[in-house]
Design a protein around this ligand. Structure first.
Ligand SMILES: O=C(CO)[C@@H](O)[C@H](O)COP(=O)(O)O
Ligand SMILES: [Fe+2]
Length: 223
């Protein structure tokens, strides 16, 4: 079964607590939290105090996606804020291996995110050190964008390497994911689906999460 990670970025911030409680009561597995600095991406979302409160309210695994430059500066803060996983962008790290170690030293799982133009082969030498590969299926910075189809090729390629090396690294897909394309994303080899607009803007978010959760694909991640 896929891991479903609704993205809080698409929630109604005027009733953030209720939105988190809805996720808590749903079949979602993770809560995806997008941190944007207005430099690495052309948008600003929220920082550590907000993430800390979200994590306090969440009963789900808190999956923090850092879209910020030089993330080493804030790893400790986000781990302290309650992040269970911290993903950093490969494009934002000069010393990726060191950043991965820093995330783990601070007690969180480590993920590496790739923009749509970034080749998955660049992960070869750190793949055994990370818990998660986050493949962006839109250009990061905004919710509600259209899924980029080439992502499916990237999923297949990295899945092949993970399988060939007998690793247990999860593949997470983020951007434009919903009921219309989730099955083919899972078939390609994804383990974790981030869904923002398709969940929070749907008529019945709890039901949408349930439907996403019931999809099969070829998920092999051992939780
Ligand atoms: O990281 C990001 C965007 O940069 C995502 O996590 C979005 O929040 C996904 O939103 P939808 O495309 O599902 O609406
Ligand atoms: Fe994200």
């Amino acid at each position: 079964m896929p891991v479903i990670a609704p993205s809080i970025l698409a929630a109604d911030f005027g009733k953030l607590k209720e939105e988190i409680e809805m996720i808590n009561e749903s079949e979602a597995d993770w809560l995806h939290v997008d941190v944007m600095d207005g430099v690495f991406v052309p948008n600003i979302s929220f920082g550590q105090p907000v993430v800390s409160r979200i994590a306090e309210l969440s009963k789900k695994f808190v999956d923090v996606h850092l879209m910020i430059t030089d993330p080493d500066r804030y790893i400790k803060d986000f781990a302290k804020a309650g992040a269970n996983n911290i993903s950093v962008h490969i494009e934002a790290c000069d010393h990726l291996h060191r950043t991965i170690q820093l995330i783990k030293e601070n007690g969180a799982e480590a993920g590496v995110a790739l923009n749509p133009h970034t080749n998955v082969d660049l992960l070869h030498d750190v793949l055994a050190d990370i818990d998660l590969v986050l493949i962006m299926s839109v250009n990061p910075g905004f919710g509600g964008q259209k899924f980029i189809d080439n992502t499916l090729n990237k999923i297949r390629k990295i899945k092949q390497e993970i399988t060939a090396r007998n690793l247990n690294t999860k593949i997470e897909i983020d951007g434009g994911v919903g009921l219309l394309n989730a099955e083919k994303i899972l078939q390609a080899g994804a383990d974790v689906l981030v869904a923002g607009s398709s969940v929070f803007k749907s008529e019945n978010p709890t039901e949408t999460i349930k439907k996403l959760k019931s999809l099969t694909g070829q998920n092999t991640f051992k939780a």
